[in-house]
Design a protein. Structure first.
Lengths: 175, 175
């Protein structure tokens, strides 16, 4: 299954010079969606995974499906102001300014094996915040998995430097 | 499986008098999560469903899993400014002001059978906007499914008035 071929590229979005990788066209292809979920889940069958943590909001789509496929629970890592219970917060840098990711303080168990999932890794700032949140909660973050990697932006290397396995199904050149 | 018992209630969130139904505790329980996905998917096995449409953002979690379980594709219905391609837009009323939901104009095929999913239905304004978007795209919206219904707020009746089947796994009294 050619997953790369069903991802739409939108030039100059959200601003000139950016080639936006639109994964909604992959989600909209039932064979590609099923294939992506199975390929992300495959290494973790029978590995005692407790939860899949998905990053707000496209990470919820794959994350929910992978969690279900593996018989694991699902944990949402969310933008500020979205979680109703007490949270841990981790800030991360954007090109201009900062943003933050939140996790419920009781979102993971001590020692629980957790797989982090998002649709795409670019610079890795958001994913790194996710790893820090999960570790603050006591989780054993076994790996981070993505549909798309933009290797030139260095995000996967940044996560590997945190001691994580990183899996991505497809890679695109450029930003 | 007692799904209702694993949903956490947070009193006075986001404001005094509101009993917030926090479904993240259900997603965080692997048996409850799997049971919820299976129960939502069950009526649609072998019914030729093309897509599951999930509402931004908690609807993505269940929606992605149900789509995967049924071998269907997934379509995100999103808040403004989140979709990179050309969109249809439907506004809906909030208690104060309005908000809107967007769908890619090529998100569904003419005559495609689509199941709409969100975590919770209250007044039904968001879900109604979702139904309108899907119908604008030519979809045959077969039903709307939710984890939680707040029947006193009338959302399920509002969707039935649009000619839809409505399924909810649990109901809570009050707002």
């Amino acid at each position: 299954m050619d997953l790369k071929g069903v991802i739409r590229t939108i030039p100059d979005y959200p601003k000139p010079g950016i080639m936006f990788r639109d994964v909604s066209t992959l989600f909209g292809d039932k064979e590609a969606f099923a294939s992506a979920v199975r390929r992300i889940a495959a290494p973790w069958r029978g590995q005692g995974l407790g939860k899949v943590a998905g990053i707000d909001a496209r990470g919820f789509i794959l994350g929910g499906a992978v969690a279900y496929d593996l018989g694991a629970a699902f944990l949402p890592l969310r933008k500020p102001g979205k979680l109703p219970f007490e949270t841990f917060e981790e800030s991360y840098e954007l090109e201009y300014g900062t943003d933050a990711l939140h996790m419920h303080v009781d979102g993971v168990y001590e020692g629980e094996k957790v797989l982090l999932i998002d649709d795409l890794i670019a610079t890795g700032g958001t994913a790194e915040a996710g790893v820090k949140l999960l570790r603050r909660g006591g989780a054993d973050v076994v790996a981070a998995a993505f549909l798309v990697d933009l290797p030139e932006l260095g995000g996967a290397d940044r996560l590997r430097a945190l001691g994580l396995d990183v899996q991505a199904l497809v890679a695109f050149e450029g930003h």
